[in-house]
Design a protein around this ligand. Structure first.
Ligand code: FES
Length: 577
């Protein structure tokens, strides 16, 4: 054993506490940044894991916020060490940011374990950055605190609030001639008026709310706007708190428990959160070795009403949510109704109920009460049936309620190209009663499971005034999307799931109340088709994409790479000295 290994204390001391050549090297190279020698005297070393990138516009204020985290760490007597990780931005990354979520998680895990870090602040915002960072951190299990980006300011167009849901509608209007390209161009600058994540309850704000519900972030983490000075204060408080968490040895497993995950599922229901949360939270929980099955989403959330009136299920935007009191109001309401485990420990050092006891609803038209909820049914339903033996997901609150029990003939699209080629064909044989089916957009099939589940309503039907139609796929959909959209069909088409066997004209039955999704063909016929099915050729031939396709698990298991599930902790198995 070298002298570097002899000094007891914090993990970082096995790098910085030694008196020999290795300790010299570890300190000397860090001192090249202008760090004084007392920074190596046994103070907690805090990693600031930063997803800042100009390729991830939602996180583009993180260099600024990181300075406030740094100040907080120094104020509390810690040593900040900021580092970048892969940042999959939702809008620019091809074929889909989801493909890179697991890559980022590996980057986070390996960087944390490999370096002299005692605790970590996770700076996360745009959709995939939150689950990726939590997954990686869970597998290492250091003291960990989440800091989210916060939403961008409310969009504003022609004197009215303008959100992503309005932008989707504008896109449909452009396809049918009701809006012009000039309208679209003008709307670009109206939608995104500042740094921050999408200003509706999309995946980013859903995951930021889940960070609060899990107790992994401080109260108000999700909804303070990105550019609000209060987010800078929050960043500073996060910096202070993580130093104390290291001193208290509050590792992530003490916070991210099964009960915390149950709380997160219930909060997701109460906020009308994104369907993507089902996949991401499953992956996070399983990294932490917390059991979570897809059926738990229904079981745990069925009594929880939707309290939040926010797009895409409602009317308001994230800035309004913050001004109405934010996630703490929802947590407090559900705690008081006995729906949450209020005694769960949070990173604040208080229980969930204690940390959010101060909350006050300041706008009951934005945040409704448990007694008089915004919608009595909650956000996400899990379907089973012969079309999705592993499960599938629908967000009833975002669908035309008349479609929630429906039987209709399938109109099949074999893949994205087929969809784009034919969806607006005036000769497409489709009626409002049809069921649109899209194949080969699952984790292996695309690869990466893109957000193509909200297929565009065919122009032919839009012109008839059709506003919703049943759509079924093995894809995901954006948290900003809406409609009678069945997603995450598992097993996916590319591995020979029943979805792969659906043909044009087959009758499909959806019954959300009974949680059923069935392909109505004789079992014998289904088996004949299964025997004749041939796997499509994968486009992923090498590199990370091949690793992903070869090892990714199915949607109901969280789309993690199978060898990444679970944790190995922070010990480095072999040192070079
Ligand atoms: Fe980044 Fe929506 S595109 S949060």
């Amino acid at each position: 054993m070298s002298d570097d290994d002899k000094k007891p204390g914090l993990r970082s001391q096995s790098w910085f506490g030694g008196k020999g050549a290795h300790g010299f090297a570890h300190r000397s190279w860090v001192r090249s940044r202008g760090v004084p020698s007392d920074h190596f005297d046994g103070r907690p070393v805090i990693g600031i894991c930063n997803t800042w990138s100009e390729l991830t516009p939602c996180n583009s204020h993180f260099r600024d916020l990181a300075q406030f985290v740094r100040e907080g760490i120094l104020e509390a007597g810690g040593v900040p060490m900021e580092f970048p990780v892969t940042s999959p931005g939702e809008t620019l990354t091809r074929p889909t940011a989801m493909l890179l979520r697991n890559l980022t998680s590996m980057d986070v895990e390996e960087t944390l374990r490999a370096n002299p870090i005692d605790g970590v602040v996770l700076m996360m915002g745009c959709d995939k950055t939150t689950p990726a960072l939590l997954m990686g951190a869970a597998s290492v299990n250091l003291p960990t605190i989440g800091l989210s980006a916060g939403p961008m300011l409310n969009g504003s167009r022609a004197g009215k609030s303008f959100g992503v849901k309005d932008a989707w509608k504008l896109g449909d209007d452009a396809r049918t001639g009701l809006a012009t390209l000039e309208d679209m161009e003008e709307a670009e600058s109206c939608l995104n008026r500042s740094h921050g994540v999408c200003n509706v309850m999309g995946t980013a704000s859903t995951m930021a709310s889940i960070v609060e519900a899990l107790g992994v972030g401080l109260p108000d983490n999700a909804a303070i706007p990105a550019v609000d000075a209060r987010r800078k204060v929050l960043s500073r408080m996060v910096g202070r708190r993580i130093v104390d968490m290291v001193r208290e040895d509050m590792t992530l497993d003490k916070v991210l428990t099964r009960k915390a995950v149950e709380n997160a599922i219930k909060i997701n229901a109460a906020i009308g959160g994104s369907t993507n949360a089902v996949i991401h939270l499953t992956a996070i929980a399983r990294r932490m070795e917390v059991e979570l099955e897809i059926g738990d989403w229904d079981e745990l959330a069925k009594e929880v009403p939707t309290l939040l009136n926010i797009q895409p299920s409602g009317d308001y935007l994230m800035q309004d949510f913050h001004e109405a009191g934010g996630v703490p109001v929802i947590i407090k309401s559900l705690c008081e109704a006995g729906m949450l485990h209020g005694d769960e420990l949070t990173v604040s050092g208080q229980t969930l109920a204690e940390a959010n006891a101060y909350a006050k609803c300041l706008n009951p038209d934005v945040i409704f009460s448990v007694e008089k909820p915004f919608k009595s049914h909650s956000g996400i339903a899990i379907l089973k049936g012969n079309l999705c033996p592993g499960g599938s997901v629908i967000k009833p609150s975002a669908a035309d309620s008349s479609l929630l029990k429906h039987k209709g003939p399938a109109v099949v699209f074999e893949n994205q190209e087929d969809l784009l080629k034919r969806v607006d064909d005036p000769d497409l044989e489709i009626t409002p009663d049809s069921v649109m089916v899209l194949k080969n957009c699952g984790p292996r099939g695309f690869p990466g499971m893109p957000e193509l589940g909200m297929m565009p309503i065919p122009a032919k039907l839009l012109k008839q005034g059709v506003k919703d139609i049943i759509r079924i796929s093995d894809a995901r959909m954006s948290g900003t999307s809406f409609g009678a959209v069945v997603l995450h069909v598992s097993p996916e088409a590319a591995v020979g799931g029943t979805l792969a066997l659906v043909k044009n004209g087959d009758m499909i039955e959806l019954d959300v109340a009974q949680r059923r999704l069935e392909l109505l063909i004789p079992a014998e016929e289904l088996e004949q088709r299964r025997a004749a099915w041939q796997a499509p050729d994968s486009p992923a031939k090498r590199g990370y994409a091949k690793l992903y396709v070869d090892t990714v698990n199915q949607a109901h298991d969280g789309c993690d790479l199978d060898f990444l599930v679970g944790m190995t902790g922070s010990d480095v198995p072999a040192n070079q000295h």
